[in-house]
Design a protein around this ligand. Structure first.
Ligand SMILES: Cc1cc2nc3c(=O)[nH]c(=O)nc-3n(C[C@H](O)[C@H](O)[C@H](O)COP(=O)(O)OP(=O)(O)OC[C@H]3O[C@@H](n4cnc5c(N)ncnc54)[C@H](O)[C@@H]3O)c2cc1C
Length: 401
């Protein structure tokens, strides 16, 4: 008998246990989750679900019956508090569970504003869990005034939902421009214009000094000295990988739980996947925060627990929905030195290059640009910049060139 325990019942944990079963693991599997809900998808939390357009049940990755039907023991609402790697046990409350192999899919933790600047006032929200969104949803209503702190994808998606709901929205981004960490200036400019056209007051190069209020947030002082009156604050200032448990168990940590290319941590019987794991890729060590990575890496780890010995090589993709705009991203743009813009009727894409090598594509309302870019990247092909920029170029022809 070999008991596999998976800690973290999110996107990666759900994929990992399903893959273990479909790959033929016949013995016990236990999936433990801190949250009370069965594994669910997070992307709609800052999109359709927050807008009230998506029913709660549609968030769940599989019906709850799937787990019992497949002999997977689901333990929900039970945070694991300790791992004893020597004894090969995990602790949940006053219970101890033995494992033969352990996988950590503990996700990430949203950064919060310090209490010293009012970050713990009621009415100040983060967007990570179903419970977070259920708590803020009643405040997302016509005429309410919201401050969004942080101009990354989560902040911008929340701003779009709030604007569509008739709220007065101010978004502050401390960096010079929104999306600075993840996208080129051209993509930032597109989304800045889009939000301003929907009435969002975007202020770049402006931070938050402190929030005000007694028993609820009522205002904010910004770093440029201006004051806002507010009903709600949504904080989207990034996440930290969920490494606490692993660190306390003595596992190596390096911008996440350190794994080898196969997903194995510094303890040979413990594996990690998803937002919490950092792994070697193209001579560097990276950590990805996306659904694609959570699923693909978890499936690779499941196969490796079964003995496959396969390296995980990500083919990154990501998306963001804001108003009626769909941004689709293929590849990783780290290290780009040039951006080529391609604009055709109604569609726009930005192609990132390092020298003559294509690294990534941001496709804005451009499913064809995204598909072709993704395929070019997986084939290791880099089309010439002039051909990409020329709207007369048939993109599909680039695949055959
Ligand atoms: C609002 C929002 C919008 C997003 N939009 C997109 C998008 O458009 N596209 C995209 O690709 N990605 C998006 N993402 C990112 C994507 O959802 C994550 O990368 C993905 O969920 C990571 O999966 P994971 O399993 O690693 O972590 P999670 O899905 O976060 O699951 C981790 C689980 O582990 C549990 N856990 C942690 N510690 C313990 C413990 N000690 N004991 C038991 N359980 C524990 C947590 O409670 C959590 O349920 C979005 C994320 C958010 C929050």
């Amino acid at each position: 008998m070999s008991h596999i325990v998976v800690i973290g019942a999110g996107q990666a944990g759900a994929s990992l246990v399903a893959k273990l079963r479909s790959s033929g693991h016949a013995d016990d599997i236990t999936l433990i989750g801190a949250e009370p809900a069965p594994p669910y998808q997070r992307p709609p939390l800052s999109k359709g679900y927050l807008l009230g357009e998506m029913a709660r049940e549609r968030l769940f990755l599989r019906p709850e019956s799937y787990y019992a039907e497949n002999g997977i023991t689901l333990r929900l609402g039970r945070p694991v508090t300790a791992i004893d790697a020597g004894r090969k046990t995990v602790t949940l409350g006053d219970e101890t569970l033995a494992y033969d192999q352990l996988a950590l899919t503990t996700g990430s933790v949203p950064r919060r504003l310090p209490a010293a600047i009012g970050g713990d006032l009621p009415g100040v929200h983060v967007v990570r869990t179903l419970a977070d969104v259920d708590a803020m949803a009643p405040g997302v209503a016509q005429g309410q005034r919201v401050l969004i702190v942080g101009g990354g994808y989560i902040g911008l998606e929340a701003a779009a939902v709030c604007a569509k709901s008739g709220m007065q929205v101010t978004l502050v981004e401390m960096a010079e421009r929104i999306l600075q960490r993840v996208a080129c200036p051209e993509t930032s400019a597109y989304f800045r214009d889009l939000h301003r056209a929907h009435g969002v007051d975007i202020r770049e190069g402006v931070g938050l000094s402190h929030l005000t209020g007694e028993d609820h947030v009522t205002g904010a002082r910004l770093s440029d000295g201006s004051d806002l009156s507010l009903d709600m604050v949504i904080v989207g200032v990034g996440i930290s990988p969920g490494t606490g448990l692993a660190e306390a168990a003595g596992l190596d940590i390096e911008n996440g739980i350190r794994t080898n290319a196969q997903g194995r941590t510094s303890d040979p019987t413990i594996w990690a996947a998803g937002d919490c794991a950092s792994f070697p890729y193209k001579g560097a060590r990276i950590r990805l925060e996306s659904v694609q990575n959570a699923i693909d890496q978890a499936e690779c780890v499941a196969e490796n627990i079964m003995g496959a010995g396969r390296d995980y090589v990500p083919e990154p993709w990501f998306w963001s929905d804001q108003y009626d705009t769909k941004l689709q991203i293929a590849g990783l743009n780290t290290g780009y030195d040039a951006v080529v813009t391609r604009q055709t009727d109604g569609s726009l894409s930005h192609w990132y290059y390092a020298g003559e090598t294509l690294l990534a594509v941001d496709a804005i309302n451009d499913p064809r640009g995204y598909m072709v870019g993704k395929r070019l990247l997986s084939m290791g092909k880099s089309p010439g910049k002039a051909a990409v920029a020329d709207p007369a170029t048939d993109l599909k022809a680039l695949l055959k060139a």
